[in-house]
Structures are given as C-alpha cells and as structure tokens.
Design a protein around this ligand. Structure first.
Ligand SMILES: [Zn+2]
Length: 311
C-alpha cells in the first residue's frame, strides 16, 4: 500500500490566516525552524494506480494539484485516479473538500449512516455532488463491521483491501443541533479507520479523546498509525491566547502529561507512530523545540506535507 500525507496540520493550517501566536508569527517572519502545513489529508493506493482519499480537507484542491499521482492520466479527458473518499466524521475540516470534487465526477463516498444524513439531508450544499452522471455513490461504514473492497465485477474475487471502522467515542460537530443530535447514534460520529491488505495494515485516527480506548487498540495493532497530534498540552489554547477551551474539552487528548497520548499509547505496540492534525499552536512544529525532541524520544514521528509511507 502506498500512503501519502497531503496535509498534516489541524483546522486552519500552519500558519493560520488570523493567528498571531508565536509559531504563526515567527513562521511568517522566517525566524522559526519549521515548515508550512496544509490541513490534514491522507491519500492511499492499494496498487499504485487507484487512489482513495481519507477525509476531504478544505485544502483538497491545492493538495490534489500538488500531487502528480492524483492527476488524470495523459490523454484521459474524463478520468481521475481518485476512486473514492473515506470520511471519518462530518467535521467541516473533514468534509469541506468534497465541494472541490463537484466537477461532474462520479466516485464513492464511504461514511456512517449518521454522517451521510448530515451531508445529504441537513446540508443541501452537498447536493452539487449528485450532478455527476452517474452521481456519487454512497457506501455505508458501520463501526465494528469489516468492509471488503474489491476492484472489478467478480464478487468472489479476493478483496483488494479491507476497511475496519472503530468508533472513537467522540461527539458530532458543533453545527449539529441538539434536537438532531438526539436522533443520531453517537457511535457514528467519529471513526478511526484501519486498512488492511496482504497482512499489512495502517490506521488513521486524527481525533483521539479520553473515550477512544478501542480506537487506540486498533491503531496499536497496525503496522503504521496516523494519530491525533493536535495539542501538546491541555491548556495550550488558553496559554497562547487562542481560546478558552482545554484540549480535552475540544475532544482531543493532549500529547504531554501522565495521561496524555505519548504516555497512554500501548507500550507493547510495535507500530510506527506518526502524528498528524497538528495545531498551529503546538510547539512540536518548532524543529528546535524540547517538546519535539520529547515526542521523537517517545517514539513518535511528526508528519509533514508530502511525507510518503509504503507498506
Ligand atoms: Zn498560530
């Protein structure tokens, strides 16, 4: 499997347009040892030809343009190597990019029934995806159920890969009304997605909360795990003057501390751990920081745009 990290920052990217935190200010001034990052987006290919997107970030158009493997093959006037999009949630940062894919192209969208309802029935702007002929094809992801994906028409052929979704115990996005929220199963709000092919696997879990034990296990049992690197400390937004909520109140386990992700991730796991969805306030973005060194010493890599992993 080929995996490419098209974007590695949290919502807002790095630097963020309206942020004057130390990281963003010094990056703009050229005095920070760090690189710019677009919003978190992965792409993977089971065979090097057909590609699937994990999430649909607000930066998706420029991320696709910057990636040669995702361009239509020369001479193909209607095609794209992108066959589908797997959605982990209905968060704006995970779905906004679908609007970049609206140019009369048919593809698969994999999402839980609750996320499908939010996008199809509650946000009519996504109707633009149905103008394609044939229209986009929605496929259901159910937490706990394995989904075998096959290329071609033969249903008895072995699957090209298997996707196993796990509920991360997180909440629906803020834009979902209390009334509507009551009718949606919370297990369908945010998923970790584990992909398996020929005995190799990777897991995408860009949002891990205190309730994400099952997702953490799914990640730990994979060869490679892309994990929630949003915040270094619980009070990071308060300390940097960027907000009033703690990391935990926003549904993210911070990286540091005795009960943070670095300490909590199963120690017996042999998986390669790569942090994604890194907020612009996070000190690990500074390549000379103590925090970055601590994360590396704990065995965690820090993702960057354009990073490639082959399994
Ligand atoms: Zn900032």
């Amino acid at each position: 499997m080929h995996i490419r990290i098209l974007g590695s920052a949290a919502g807002g990217g790095f630097p963020q347009w309206n942020c004057g935190c130390r990281n963003c200010s010094e990056l703009r001034a050229g005095s920070l040892q760090a690189t710019t990052r677009t919003q978190t987006q992965l792409a993977f290919s089971p065979d090097g030809q057909v590609w699937f997107l994990l999430g649909a970030s607000p930066d998706l158009r420029s991320q696709i343009i910057a990636t040669a493997q995702l361009a239509p093959p020369p001479g193909d006037t209607t095609g794209s190597p992108i066959a589908g999009v797997f959605l982990t949630s209905a968060d704006v940062d995970s779905v906004m990019g679908l609007l970049h894919l609206r140019e009369f192209q048919s593809f698969f969208i994999f999402a839980t029934p609750a996320v499908q309802r939010l996008l199809k029935n509650e946000n009519r702007v996504f109707d633009v995806l149905h103008r394609a002929d044939p229209p986009v094809l929605w496929q259901t992801l159910s937490p706990g159920a394995r989904l075998a994906c096959r290329f071609g028409e033969d249903p008895s052929a072995p699957p090209s890969f298997v996707c196993s979704p796990t509920s991360l115990g997180c909440d629906f996005p803020d834009f979902v009304s209390t009334e509507l929220r009551r009718t949606l199963p919370s297990s369908e709000a945010v998923l970790a997605l584990r992909f398996e092919q020929a005995g190799k696997s990777f897991c995408f879990a860009p949002c891990l909360s205190e309730n994400s034990g099952e997702g953490m296990k799914a990640a730990a049992s994979s060869n490679v795990a892309f994990l929630d690197g949003t915040f270094w400390s619980d009070d990071e937004l308060i300390q940097t003057g960027r907000g009033q909520k703690t990391a935990r109140e926003m549904g993210h386990l911070p990286l540091s501390g005795r009960d943070g992700l670095l300490a909590q991730f199963p120690k017996d796991s042999e998986c390669r751990k790569i942090l994604v969805h890194i907020n612009n306030t996070n000190p690990i973005l500074d390549e000379s920081s103590d925090e970055r060194r601590a994360a590396r010493e704990a065995g965690f890599e820090i993702a960057y745009d354009g990073m490639e992993v082959t399994l």
